[in-house]
Design a protein around this ligand. Structure first.
Ligand SMILES: CC(=O)SCCNC(=O)CCNC(=O)[C@H](O)C(C)(C)COP(=O)(O)OP(=O)(O)OC[C@H]1O[C@@H](n2cnc3c(N)ncnc32)[C@H](O)[C@@H]1OP(=O)(O)O
Ligand SMILES: O=C([O-])CC(=O)C(=O)O
Length: 399
């Protein structure tokens, strides 16, 4: 097989390969647009609560008032951190990376769910069951992420508030105080922008796991592992490390000279699909601008703008969503280590929508490889058994 494969046939990183249909979202680099179930993401971010966008991703339509109220009811019921999930988190060292903590907590929630079959497709793993599991997981993640940050700061759990919607309650559980509406709005927008992005690495991971008829929790746990890397979701954390290294706008040029001379990747810039800028950046940048004004932190904007213009001028590579999100989350008060778990809390909606879609029209995902290891060789003195010899001689059509 490897003899027949030419180097140009190998699609390293699956770049440019179309592997399936999806009705969940459309990323269009030509028009620089992103549609969730047909709706431009900017319009959703400006007009919808995150709960309505989660509903849209799962069900294909925006909810009616009654449907939204029902989702909010279930979301509220599933907000509190379960005792045994808290106990699992508490067993982990406080300096564990929060993405490891979140991955472990989701895995524990999966083990807690003993409700019938766990496969996404076999009896008991119906689409309805898996949608219900998806909603419970999305509802449970804010408490896990919030507790992670509080635990590292030596603080206790803050119980959820039933009078607050998803975004406001998330901030309440993290900081133990009610956030300003402007901050809630910026945070809500970020959750919507992060929710879904077609066949990105973590979503594809979730689909690969689903394709083996494994369960929803295994798919999401694996996706969290894929998101952690700095070439993907881990970049929002990495952007803040870059900002901390640079310090202030006047240090940008010398910092960039050195970083590029060392051939470093500048986190928060570049994208596999978008080559002329990420469709989500202008909307998130507007949210960042509002936070800069609210917290009176022009210095953040100066550094942001200086690094962006210098890097774009030198390399022609534009910011991705992680670039404005990192400083926005920092201004809101999240620890840098909490940034990628926030991405998880949002993306769990897109991941689970893809798990449901993959399960509904499944094909095992199993690509081929071209072998470039040593030529065939043998263990001295080994004699094949009769059964092995028979198999080797089996005519091709009986395969
Ligand atoms: C929400 C998200 O997950 S968005 C992505 C978040 N990730 C980051 O911000 C990490 C930094 N960015 C990157 O590493 C890349 O741009 C990726 C991984 C996102 C996309 O990468 P790919 O499509 O595989 O492009 P690739 O990495 O091959 O880059 C093409 C060229 O641009 C350069 N390049 C791309 N991004 C960057 C960057 N951020 N800094 C420096 N150079 C870059 C590469 O070095 C490469 O140059 P070369 O052709 O001279 O070798
Ligand atoms: O699409 C990608 O490759 C990465 C990305 O922007 C996302 O997952 O939001």
């Amino acid at each position: 097989m490897s003899d027949e494969i030419k180097p140009e046939d190998i699609k390293k990183g699956l770049a440019g390969v179309v592997v399936d249909y999806t009705a969940v979202s459309k990323v269009n680099p030509e028009t620089n647009s992103l549609l969730y179930r047909g709706y431009p993401v900017q319009e959703l971010a400006a007009t919808q609560p995150f709960e309505a966008v989660a509903y849209l991703l799962w069900n294909g339509e925006l909810p009616t008032a009654e449907q939204l109220a029902e989702l909010r009811k279930v979301e509220r019921e599933n907000r509190p951190l379960a005792d045994n999930v808290k106990a699992v988190i508490d067993l982990l060292p406080t300096d564990a990376h929060p993405m490891d903590e979140v991955r472990t907590a989701v895995s524990a929630i999966g083990a807690n769910d003993t409700s019938g079959a766990k496969s996404v497709m076999e009896a008991g793993g119906t689409a309805e069951d898996n949608l219900a599991r998806s909603i419970r997981l999305y509802a449970a993640l804010p408490a896990i992420v919030a507790y992670g940050q509080r635990r590292r700061r030596g603080e206790e759990v803050v119980e959820p508030r039933d009078d607050l919607d998803y975004a406001a309650n998330f901030l309440w559980m993290t900081f133990g105080e009610e956030a300003d509406p402007l901050v809630v709005d910026a945070f809500n927008r970020s959750m919507i922008l992060y929710a879904e992005h077609s066949f990105n690495a973590s979503t594809f991971t979730a689909r690969v796991v689903t394709s083996t008829m494994s369960d929803l929790y295994s798919a999401i746990t694996a996706a969290i592992g894929a998101l952690k890397g700095p070439l993907h979701g881990g970049a929002n954390e990495a952007v803040l490390h870059v900002f901390d290294e640079i310090g202030s706008a006047e240090n940008v040029k010398p910092w960039l000279d050195k970083a590029l001379a060392e051939k470093r990747k500048i986190m928060g810039f570049g994208h596999r699909v978008y080559k002329r800028g990420d469709s989500r950046v202008p909307t998130m940048k507007d949210a960042l601008d509002s936070l800069v004004e609210h917290y009176d932190r022009q210095d953040v904007l100066e550094l942001y703008t200086a690094l962006e213009s210098e890097f774009v001028e030198r390399k022609g590579i534009y910011p991705n969503l992680d670039y404005p999100s990192g400083p926005a989350y920092n201004l809101i008060g999240f620890d840098t280590l909490t940034f990628t778990p926030l991405f998880v809390a949002s993306r769990v909606t897109g991941w689970s929508a893809h798990v449901l879609e993959q399960a509904a029209s499944n094909a095992l995902i199993r690509p081929l490889s071209a072998y470039n290891g040593p030529d065939e060789r043998h263990i001295e003195g080994y004699v094949a058994t009769e059964t092995e010899k028979e198999a080797l001689e089996r005519p091709e059509e009986s395969a």
